[in-house]
Design a protein around this ligand. Structure first.
Ligand SMILES: Cc1cc2nc3c(=O)[nH]c(=O)nc-3n(C[C@H](O)[C@H](O)[C@H](O)COP(=O)(O)OP(=O)(O)OC[C@H]3O[C@@H](n4cnc5c(N)ncnc54)[C@H](O)[C@@H]3O)c2cc1C
Length: 285
């Protein structure tokens, strides 16, 4: 049986259309299409969000940058605002998959899909992003640290939509960088993704945050408080890399054994932090 196809124009209409069994939200459809084609997902009603104006736009607010859940990954990569305020987010979005995927895949679909290998979750975790969700029970704020529950699993309730993601203003002097490592083709999912955020004061750590992808059932955020005050340099990078390995709980798959992934997270966490410490200038915030 062909699924019914609805294209609401407001968030309210979308929520109404998602009520009841068998309804499924459709962002860019890059996952939904594959899952339905392979018989892994069935829907009686597809609710395409592409016409919902309330999910669009990237706005600079007093307390941060707000990105609509319907904004595509290509729009994030190309946005002057995102490139200026959070360059590692723009850079990560520019590396997802291939141009055809980025042109239609949406931020909301990317996060709700919750594949632990994806590129943007570690970046948004390191940036302390908070999502807004709306559902039958109203609106709520979900820090990204609470959104991901496990592989392909989030805390979103039935019929609940992600509507926006807010990234707080960067503190002065913050530097950030995302590295994705894949031994396969450039367009492949990363084996390991490392988002690093470093704030230094008089050459010592004021704040160090890492976001990690591909190394556990869900993307991870860690902020090793024992490293605050430690001078920037090889010992710091080694200690942070060890903290990243300790936090990781990878599984063996076609991208490598668990041991290999641990070795890769150690290597890339260290290299990313070293590059960050050596780089000129900070994010503009
Ligand atoms: C060839 C290919 C290569 C890829 N390579 C990479 C890669 O290198 N790195 C990477 O990170 N990712 C990669 N991806 C995954 C890609 O990032 C996701 O497919 C994409 O971001 C999903 O977004 P979408 O809008 O198309 O989601 P959809 O397929 O539309 O939806 C995905 C899920 O999210 C739900 N959903 C959609 N919008 C919302 C919303 N607003 N609120 C709540 N739920 C919602 C849907 O119901 C569905 O369950 C690749 C995908 C493909 C097809």
């Amino acid at each position: 049986m062909e699924a019914e196809f609805l294209a609401p124009e407001t968030v309210e209409e979308a929520l109404e259309a998602l009520r009841g069994d068998g309804a499924l939200a459709l962002g860019g459809g890059t996952q939904v299409g594959i899952l339905i084609r392979h018989g892994l997902l069935a829907a009686e009603r597809l609710v395409w969000l592409g016409r919902v104006e309330g999910l669009r736009g990237i706005a600079s607010l007093d307390d941060g940058l707000e990105i609509g859940a319907g904004v595509t990954l290509a729009e994030i990569a190309d946005s002057a605002l995102v490139r200026d305020r959070h360059p590692m987010l723009a850079a990560a979005a520019a590396r997802v998959g291939n141009p055809r995927v980025r042109a239609v895949a949406t931020l909301g679909g990317h996060l709700a899909h919750a594949d632990p290998r994806q590129d943007l979750p570690p970046v948004l975790l390191a940036l302390d992003a908070v999502a807004t969700a709306r559902g039958p029970r109203g609106e709520r704020q979900i820090p990204l640290t609470d959104l991901f529950l496990g592989p392909f699993d989030t805390c979103l309730a039935e019929g609940e939509l992600l509507t926006r993601v807010r990234i707080p203003v960067a503190p002065p002097g913050r530097r950030s960088r995302y590295t994705r490592f894949t031994p396969g083709s450039e367009a492949d999912y990363p084996t390991v993704g490392v988002a690093a955020r470093l704030e230094l004061e008089d050459g010592a750590v004021r704040r160090l945050v890492l976001g990690l992808g591909g190394v556990a059932g869900q993307p991870l955020r860690l902020e090793p408080s024992e490293l605050v005050g430690q001078p920037s340099g090889p010992e710091l990078f080694d200690a942070a890399a060890e903290a990243a390995v300790r936090a990781s709980d990878p599984t063996s798959d076609q991208r490598g054994s668990a041991g290999y992934k641990r070795a890769m997270v150690r290597l890339w966490a260290r290299r990313t932090l070293a590059a960050l410490a050596a780089a000129d200038g900070a994010d503009r915030g």
